[in-house]
Ligand binder design. Structure first.
Ligand SMILES: [Zn+2]
Length: 79
């Protein structure tokens, strides 16, 4: 369901996240940044916390799907 290995990036609030690129999914997701739908087969970001109180497996189960642009901009701009 994810395309290729994840890498570690700094997330919107400065936490570290595993980040992978996802595509070829038949499911649609809701982006947590803009609350808009990510349509099936649209390449997008999948991110889950590196450090989670609930443990790594729980963090991965709890992964979020983001529009690529939302991931890059959410929480990083100061307006
Ligand atoms: Zn979005």
């Amino acid at each position: 369901m994810t395309g290729g290995p994840s890498r570690i990036m700094s997330g919107p609030r400065g936490e570290e996240y595993h980040v992978a690129t996802s595509r070829d999914s038949d499911k649609s997701y809701t982006c947590p940044a803009c609350s808009q739908t990510i349509a099936p087969r649209v390449t997008h970001i999948v991110a889950w916390a590196v450090d989670s109180l609930m443990g790594r497996e729980a963090a991965q189960r709890d992964r979020r799907h983001w529009h690529t642009t939302c991931w890059e901009t959410f929480g990083r701009t100061r307006g």
